[in-house]
Ligand binder design. Structure first.
Ligand SMILES: [Zn+2]
Length: 160
């Protein structure tokens, strides 16, 4: 396929890894021209995983949407693009590995929160505030309390 960095169509597949429990494969490729590496993900076009939204509408699972949501939450935080990409791939692996036909957008949101919690608490609360909406101030306060407790714990561990 065409290299996403230099556009030349001359790549080599370094590694092919089937995804457990799902008709999908992930391939690690290297461009023979600029030597950059990238990953592709393949699944039958006829069998996309559908995401069921809160209003019951369905749309095909789209890795880019997850990327956009996480990237937005991580803006100006000390988190590399590589880390973001890894998180997105991890979520994608989980989704296609655990779900055959469809997944709710809620489940995806929870997966993202779980990952952000381990990476950066600010990114976590940013994503949570968009995703959980917090139209109730007490729910927001509860979340902040939980966050503060975790933050203190992490600070303490850092000092030890
Ligand atoms: Zn290239």
């Amino acid at each position: 396929m065409k290299c996403p960095f230099c556009g030349i169509n001359n790549d080599q597949v370094l590694d092919s890894r089937p995804i457990e429990h799902a008709p999908a494969v992930r391939r690690r490729r290297e461009c023979s021209s600029c030597k950059k590496r990238y990953t592709t993900f393949e699944r039958p076009e006829e069998l996309p995983i559908m995401v069921v939204k809160s209003d019951s509408r369905r749309e095909p699972f789209d890795r880019r949407k997850i990327w956009v949501g996480i990237d937005r939450a991580c803006r100006k935080r000390p988190i590399s693009a590589e880390t973001i990409n890894k998180v997105v791939s991890k979520i994608e692996d989980e989704v296609v590995g655990e779900y055959i036909m469809e997944i709710s957008s809620r489940n995806i949101g929870e997966k993202i929160l779980e990952k952000l919690w381990n990476i950066d608490l600010v990114a976590y609360i940013r994503f949570a505030s968009v995703y959980r909406k917090f139209d109730d101030i007490s729910a927001f306060m509860r979340e902040l309390k939980k966050l503060k407790k975790e933050y203190m714990k992490r600070q303490k561990n850092r000092k030890l």
